[in-house]
Design a protein around this ligand. Structure first.
Ligand code: LLP
Length: 416
């Protein structure tokens, strides 16, 4: 459930009419709902119940300071993949001691920053990374908390670009070599072994692969204990999908409960979750205005003011995202449109063959755009990135100003 609903015929974000936001801040703009973010976060947190756990929101899904500050106020942890994301978390008031650091290519500088801020754990992906973290920790004369990302080799049955738990992916350590890597980690004087982690992919709509992965990891944890290495936490990653069209992913309750059935006998193991999309996707929309209607011989086009630079998921993954009117009217007749942006590429579309009742200047909303929306936006075609707005009941917060042209060439220099 989210808080974007029609009241009479007008789309609302919580208690605010979306059309009002568009008239105040212009289009295109992203609009987020605080109540929805909080609701989704609590769904994970409550489902884990009394078992020791931490929700580490995956910052990559949406790293706006407004969003991160809402998470920080909830007491959330964070899953980061760069020094930049760590700096955002700190800036937003997040607690670095609740931060896990994922990613295959951490630089020495990023590792040092994370160690100075005493993060909870590094999720390590290779032997050379262990060596690097040990070296930086030695320099700072500290112990670095680490977890090994194990690749459980389960098929997450999702889009190949966002499937990460198969042997063919660049992520994690194969199960077969995991024990050896843990032994290697134990031999480094400045590493402290804390946990095991995995992340098998994103936009998963079945519980089964998650449970399979967990079972494989629990076996490995027992094997590890037999070799004298005892860990204190298990990080199951993120990946729970959302409904963009007709997918029926399990509710976060059901997903967490399914994992919990395996965890009751392991009270000593703290569980870490890294959800991104399941918290943020349906907590945001992208609002755009129809500029022109172009009737072609084979197709009608609704040319809107948002483009693939603002929201790249349809172009990049052929992702289907729902497009709805901001104001519903029944008086005009429906027609089929490709909803396209002004960028000079055929791949610049937000949706194809959509049945809509529209005229120029009408507003449309792309649903489920709160995750992997703005964060993947670019300035392609020298377009300013859109404004971001957070609604909180009847309050409107501008959480990111629309870029202006001068921002586009900041740091560039003419050649004389
Ligand atoms: N943890 C790790 C280590 C990850 O790599 C990811 C996402 C997450 C957690 C969060 O996964 P989520 O709960 O959001 O599924 N840009 C793509 C999604 C890429 C996801 C990458 N990793 C998209 O727009 O669909």
């Amino acid at each position: 459930m989210d808080h974007f609903q029609y009241k009479d015929d007008a789309l609302y974000a919580e208690n605010v009419a979306v059309a009002e936001i568009a008239s105040q801040f212009g289009t295109p703009c992203y609009v987020y709902s605080r109540a929805t973010i909080e609701r989704h976060w609590h769904a994970f947190n409550n489902a884990a119940g009394k078992h020791d756990h931490l929700i580490c929101y995956a910052v990559k899904a949406n790293s706006n300071l407004g969003v991160l500050s809402v998470m920080a106020k909830l007491g959330s942890g964070f899953d980061i993949v760069s020094g930049g994301e760590l700096s955002r978390v700190l800036e937003a008031g997040g607690d670095p001691r609740k931060v896990v650091f994922s990613g295959v290519g951490k630089t020495e500088h990023e590792i040092e920053l994370a160690l100075r801020h005493q993060i909870l754990c590094f999720n390590v992906e290779s032997a050379p990374e262990l060596e690097r973290i040990n070296k930086v920790a030695q320099k700072l004369d500290v112990q670095a908390p680490i977890s090994i990302r194990v690749n459980p080799d389960v098929d997450a049955k999702t889009h190949p670009y966002i499937s990460t738990g198969l042997k063919a992916n660049k992520f994690g350590i194969p199960r077969e070599s995991a024990i050896a890597i843990y032994k290697l980690a134990a031999s480094f004087p400045n590493l402290e072994i804390k946990g095991m982690d995995c992340h098998i992919g994103s936009q998963l709509t079945d519980i089964e692969p998650f449970v399979d992965a967990l079972d494989r990891l629990l076996l490995l944890i027992d094997e590890l204990a037999n070799s004298g290495i005892v860990i204190s936490h298990l990080d199951v990653g993120g990946g729970l999908g959302v409904s963009y069209k007709d997918e029926q992913p399990p509710h976060p309750d059901k997903y967490v409960e399914a994992l919990m059935t395996r965890m009751h006998s392991r009270p000593e193991l703290k569980l870490i979750f890294e959800p991104g999309r399941a918290i943020m996707a349906n907590a945001g929309i992208l609002v755009t205005k129809v500029e022109f209607i172009k009737r072609g011989e084979e197709k009608n086009f609704a040319i809107v003011d948002a483009a693939m630079n603002d929201l790249i998921r349809p172009a990049l993954y052929s992702a289907w995202m729902n497009i709805i009117p901001v104001s519903q009217t029944s008086s005009k007749t429906k027609a089929l449109y490709d909803v396209v942006g002004p960028i000079c590429e055929t791949g610049d579309f937000l949706g194809k063959d959509r049945e809509l009742v529209i005229s120029p200047d009408d507003l449309l909303a792309v649903r489920s755009a709160g995750a992997y929306g703005f964060v993947m936006a670019s300035n392609y075609n020298s377009r300013c990135r859109p404004a971001e707005i957070m609604v909180d009941k009847n309050q409107i917060h501008l959480v990111r100003e629309r870029e202006i042209l001068k921002d586009l060439w900041k740091g560039e220099h003419k050649v004389t």
